[in-house]
Ligand binder design. Sequence first.
Ligand code: FAD
Length: 294
Amino acid sequence: MKGKFNLSAYEAFSHKTDVAMASHSTIGCGGNARTVFYPQSVAETKALLCKLEGDKIPYYVVGNMSNLLPPDDGTEIPLICTANLNGVTVGEGAFVYAGAKSGALLSICKRNQKSGAEFLNGIPCTLGGALFMNAGAGGAYIDEIVESVLVYRKGETKLVPRKDCGYSYKHSVFMDDGSVILGAALRLTDSTDEEIAGRESFFKARRAHLPKGKSMGCVFKNPEGYSAGDLIERSGLKGLRIGGAVVSGEHANFIINDKNATAKDIKTLITLIQNAVSAQYGIRLEEEIRYIPL
Ligand SMILES: Cc1cc2nc3c(=O)[nH]c(=O)nc-3n(C[C@H](O)[C@H](O)[C@H](O)COP(=O)(O)OP(=O)(O)OC[C@H]3O[C@@H](n4cnc5c(N)ncnc54)[C@H](O)[C@@H]3O)c2cc1C
């Protein structure tokens, strides 16, 4: 049963009210989030989540909001933003907190001559979002460098070893069990400046063709044996427009917020694409992007 969220019982937790999701999401649309919490530590996150769960209040965790479509009418559900859980330690071992950005991890890796995470170069994300989505590029995925993930689950924090993270293509067990990712131990290798620079330019070059503009990255997962972008392009959908949302002419798996698109424009375009590809190829495209609930 859902409880009723009453902010006055949560004043002690770091938060903001009426936060414009359009300014924080990479797609640049959506209404206001009534309450966004910004816990400053793992202990504060745990205390907040325990209280919300005790009060039976549903919540939604956000990182960089790069793979999210926020609703036009905003959301009453409290958002938990990991921005302040952003520590990174790279030495003998490496530990990243969920809110650390990919760029912060990469510059610390460089300083310490550690290799393995270069594929994250240019992926706009927090490590929590990347670990949740099993983000990857150029044939490399984050699960390949995970040793263990620190999560909050049902009142407890625990370290989940990689073998229990249920990683597969664009999937993690955390999507199924409601865990909140707090951080992770990563497996990085000793390297040289030259090797790191070489790997970095390899992954950078592979991103050079990606469309500019406001987007969520790839909208659909690649169905087994196919490229979602190819299926969309071969269905003649490049350039298809609904309101301010348009199928990119450069990469058909990207929807660009070109002219003040609403979430409704984007959702309508997503459904049109799914129907067209299904009619032409009998393949149902499944969204990679996720939706912030109302
Ligand atoms: C221009 C562009 C290029 C992109 N290129 C790539 C690419 O090459 N490869 C790729 O894989 N992706 C790519 N993406 C998509 C996106 O960057 C990734 O999915 C990234 O992992 C999302 O991280 P985030 O912090 O923004 O997560 P968000 O978008 O904030 O959240 C995504 C999901 O993760 C959940 N989540 C976030 N943090 C936590 C946490 N701490 N605990 C539990 N759940 C959490 C959220 O609830 C949500 O369901 C791209 C996006 C853009 C805009």
